[in-house]
Design a protein around this ligand. Structure first.
Ligand code: HEM
Length: 396
């Protein structure tokens, strides 16, 4: 059945409580198609929720493009200015070229090489929080690890990493508090200025990092290089931090999970995938139709924005039994947390390794994770994430 409802799904206030899951479940079960009037987005947009409909919109041969932008707010008349330049909002030749250049730096082999760095970060964080006061995982654990990994990929020199990690955490923390007198937007601008400096340094002295790799192409403009460093920075940070926080949330709330992981009663890889499905940090992706197309029985003209809600698809009862329950060994687990089709997340191997290391290290060092309070959720539409997750860790 395809239903049409009208509600502004781009309103971030809709996502600060767990009611969001009930709404998504209803829409996914009905295979609903919802129209959002102009409001959060200047021209309005359609939304789909079921696993089938989201996969169809994002699929490799679907008549849709990302080039006008991939988030609510953009459309053909109000395009993202990075369109055609930044990987996630480019198509065809530019997209292929960028994936080919950047892919090896984020591959499984590259991710494996970074796992020692991840382990060192996780151990450092655990040393600070074990047997101590209440720890806000969303602030103290989630952010540090992905920011450190992205610094390694970008080739940020050791002496600048703490500064860039702080800026990154401020830019993508989801809160508007001032930090060193800066708003999140200003912190992001500082990062882009830093990229300019890094580009000059790598031009004079190339290495095997992302900046040098993008420069080595010879055809990308400096703007292209900055934008694609930013794509990896944003892609690697905004999402992974919430998946890592969610892994600790699962340890605190899923009976027996900590012991199962520690004793090897469950493989870590399926637990990682269940964390990814359950947390589903990328909340939506937007596409614009490139021709006339029928979606869920509705005819759409070229130039129509359509949003796929990934957390809704990841709890679609038609695909996942008992979808709200965290099942450590869930199989199959065909979640689309990393998207689907041509733009499937290029950092997925890295995100999986980060999560696997966190799960193993926490299980090794911690005997108990207790929730001090229910989590507080971000007021956001792009990312489904934790504003606060206060827990107490007891060491082994
Ligand atoms: C693309 C989610 C981690 C880099 C995407 C997309 C999603 C996603 C849904 C597709 C966007 C679209 O179709 O428009 C996630 C989640 C992560 C994660 C949930 C963690 C749990 C990472 C990491 C990196 C990264 C660690 C790099 C360090 C990228 C890049 C793209 C991308 C470069 C663009 C790919 C393309 O356009 O071909 N990610 N991501 N992501 N992600 Fe991730």
């Amino acid at each position: 059945m395809q239903t049409t409802k009208t509600v502004d799904l781009g309103d971030p206030d809709l996502y600060t409580t767990l009611d969001r899951h009930a709404r998504w479940r209803e829409y996914a079960a009905e295979d609903a198609m919802v129209w959002s009037e102009p409001g959060s987005s200047p021209g309005g947009f359609w939304s789909v929720f079921s696993h089938r409909a989201c996969a169809a919109v994002l699929g490799p041969s679907a008549p849709f493009t990302s080039e006008y932008g991939m988030m609510i707010g953009f459309d053909r008349d109000h395009p993202d200015t990075s369109g055609g330049q930044m990987m996630v909002v480019s198509e065809q030749d530019q997209h292929r070229k960028l994936r080919k250049l950047v892919g090896p730096l984020l591959s499984r082999a590259a991710a494996r090489k970074l796992s020692d760095r991840v382990r060192t970060e996780v151990r450092g964080v655990l040393d600070r929080v074990l047997d101590g006061e209440v720890c806000d995982v969303a602030a103290e654990i989630g952010p540090r690890i992905p920011a450190a990994v992205v610094c390694e990929i970008l080739g940020v020199p050791a002496e600048d990493q703490d500064m860039l990690i702080d800026l990154t955490n401020h830019a993508f923390g989801g809160e508007d508090e001032l930090f060193d007198g800066m708003t999140p937007r200003q912190a992001h601008t500082e990062i882009l200025v830093y990229f300019d400096e890094l580009i000059s340094a790598r031009r004079a002295n190339p290495g095997d990092d992302l900046v040098s790799t993008l420069l080595s192409d010879g055809e990308l403009s400096i703007d292209d290089v900055v934008l694609n460093c930013d794509n990896v920075l944003i892609g690697g940070n905004e999402t992974t931090r919430h998946a890592i926080t969610g892994a600790v949330h699962a340890f605190a709330t899923v009976p027996g999970l900590l012991a199962q992981v520690r004793d090897g009663d469950v493989d870590v890889d399926p637990v990682v995938d269940e964390v990814l499905r359950w947390t589903s940090p990328a909340m939506h992706v937007l596409r614009v139709t490139t021709g006339d197309v029928t979606v869920n029985g509705r005819d759409l003209e070229a130039g129509t924005p359509v949003v796929a809600w990934l957390p809704a698809a990841n709890r679609d009862p038609a695909v996942f039994d008992d979808p709200d329950t965290f099942r450590p060994g869930r199989k199959p687990n065909r979640h689309i947390t990393f998207g689907h089709g041509m733009h499937h997340c290029l950092g997925s191997a890295l995100a999986r390794i980060e999560l696997a290391v966190v799960l193993r290290e926490v299980a090794e060092r911690v005997s108990r994770v207790e929730l001090e309070n229910e989590p507080a959720w971000l007021r956001a539409v792009v990312v489904q994430g934790y504003r606060e997750l206060p827990v107490r860790f007891t060491g082994r």
